[in-house]
Design a protein around this ligand. Structure first.
Ligand code: ZN
Length: 218
């Protein structure tokens, strides 16, 4: 009788234990999917971004590499501005470290150029005092001037080339989000407007060579 009771008690406790374990694991799954939802990045992207500290440049994808080239042709997606998103925070810093690195020095860079398909760019504001680099989330061009300008362009993802293009608008109206979640529209002109057009093209899988082909066929 005693031993039967013990077995009964044991089974009841085990049952409770199993239920508790299930409950804890359900809770854990909920919170991990919630965390994942709050971040704009996929788990593969998060892994790549967090594999080094925020001062470490990332590898620049090049069109001379077949799999890099396939990614550079894809469209990026919206990113949720959130200064508490640690992955986003680390990523913007690593992207900055990349564009200011002596091996991949540029006046602008877009997230797909380091394998991250998100609407994020850094642009060096050559139209501002001391030429600061600024970060833009979800940038879009909402108006192009009819007037064009001729400029010589190069790209970190297209090694050993630079060409003259005459199809870039002289002035553009852009809209974008900041890391803190503010939304702005702004008119940009001159060479800085070319940097924005070049980097925002990257977010749509377009490279400057595509404009060159268009110009040649016209
Ligand atoms: Zn480029």
């Amino acid at each position: 009788m005693v031993s039967q009771l013990s077995i009964y008690e044991y089974l009841t406790r085990m049952n409770r234990f199993v239920c508790l374990t299930c409950f804890v694991s359900v809770l854990f799954n909920c919170s991990s999917s919630k965390l994942f939802k709050n971040s704009s990045f996929t788990s593969e992207e998060s892994k790549l971004i967090m594999s080094a500290n925020s001062f470490t440049p990332m590898r620049v994808y090049k069109i001379t590499n077949k799999s890099d080239s396939l990614l550079l042709r894809q469209k990026s997606t919206h990113v949720v501005p959130n200064p508490k998103d640690n992955v986003l925070h680390t990523f913007t810093k690593r992207l900055y470290a990349t564009v200011t690195d002596s091996l991949s020095l540029g006046v602008g860079i877009a997230a797909p150029q380091v394998g991250i398909l998100k609407n994020i760019i850094w642009v060096q504001r050559l139209d501002k005092e001391n030429f600061p680099f600024e970060i833009y989330l979800n940038p879009k061009i909402i108006k192009y001037s009819e007037e064009k300008q001729e400029v010589r362009e190069g790209c970190l993802s297209i090694p050993d080339r630079n060409e003259n293009l005459d199809s870039r608008s002289k002035e553009i109206l852009i809209e974008y989000d900041t890391l803190g979640g503010a939304h702005f529209t702004e008119t940009v002109e001159g060479f800085t407007a070319v940097i924005f057009q070049h980097e925002i093209d990257h977010l749509n899988g377009i490279l400057y060579l595509d404009h060159l082909k268009k110009e040649l066929s016209e």
